[in-house]
Write a new protein. Sequence first.
Length: 148
Amino acid sequence: MQTDHAVKVLNSLIETTLDSANGYKDAAESIDRADCKTLFAERASRRRELAMQLQQEVRSFGGEPETTQSTLGKAHNKFVEIKNAVTGGSDKAVIDEVERGEDVIKAKFEQALRDDDLPPHAREVLQQAYGSIKSDHDDISRLKHQMH
């Protein structure tokens, strides 16, 4: 039973991590600042790598890992694409949206880490992943505040 629960939690985090990777990819394509293009492309790659690590963890529990982003994430990406087309998608707006996405993924990992039903190994994997998520979140928050 604990294994099924771990697979469910991990798969939810995989979807969110893939949402984040796609959000970073879209942000890299939407922003004019060269330094941010590079930063966001690197973050997209790191998030895809993190998703692969989580997928491997799901397999270690005998589960079938998620391979696509969430339906909500896809809808959000489409909304941002339309909004940027209408408003012109300023660099500030792109960075604000990236920070909002960072808030979402950070909160989701924090919630998972509070789950007392997760097996110790899954918790260790999530704790390591959370370190990366929190660091990225804090970097983007600093970037946003530099622009305001």
